[in-house]
Design a protein around this ligand. Structure first.
Ligand SMILES: [Cu+2]
Length: 154
């Protein structure tokens, strides 16, 4: 009888531990999408990931129909661009983040982002082939940070 209780307790402890750890890990370790750039900037680490529409749908389950920054109702949306910004302590930061994208044909696309699972994301239209220049502006704790990456659609 005693060993059975011990086993039950052990099982309960393991389940509890997993339940406690999993969301934290899932939240802080973006694993969705294609990583298109990663760098450190002014003491922050920045990681840019490009989600295809399937991954976007999965990650934004329950947000259908909601109107928010970074959500476009254009039929030409091809991806969801997410930037994960972590402070020197390795923790995700919060702030106001926007993208200013120059398309291969020189036209510009500006968008603010929505906060999502430790990052900031927005719908983007990467339909045309060529190089997209992506400027990111982040205002974190009244400090402005500017960054630029490029992404090529082949
Ligand atoms: Cu999003």
């Amino acid at each position: 009888m005693n060993t059975i209780f011990k086993k039950i307790n052990l099982m309960a402890a393991l389940i509890l531990l997993t339940a406690l750890i999993h969301p934290a890990i899932a939240q802080d370790q973006p694993d969705k999408g294609l990583m298109i750039a990663e760098k450190t900037l002014e003491g922050y680490t920045l990681q840019y990931r490009l989600l295809n529409l399937e991954e976007r749908k999965e990650l934004m389950k329950g947000m259908e129909g909601m109107k928010m920054h970074g959500m476009s109702d254009s039929p030409d949306v091809t991806h969801h661009l997410v930037v994960y910004i972590k402070g020197a302590d390795g923790k995700p930061v919060t702030g106001k983040i926007g993208f200013n994208i120059t398309n291969p044909d020189g036209t510009a696309f500006k968008t603010l982002t929505m906060g999502m699972q430790g990052g900031y994301g927005a719908d983007v239209l990467f339909k045309a082939k060529g190089i997209y220049k992506i400027r990111m502006k982040a205002v974190i704790a009244s400090k402005t940070m500017d960054d630029e990456i490029v992404y090529e659609v082949k």
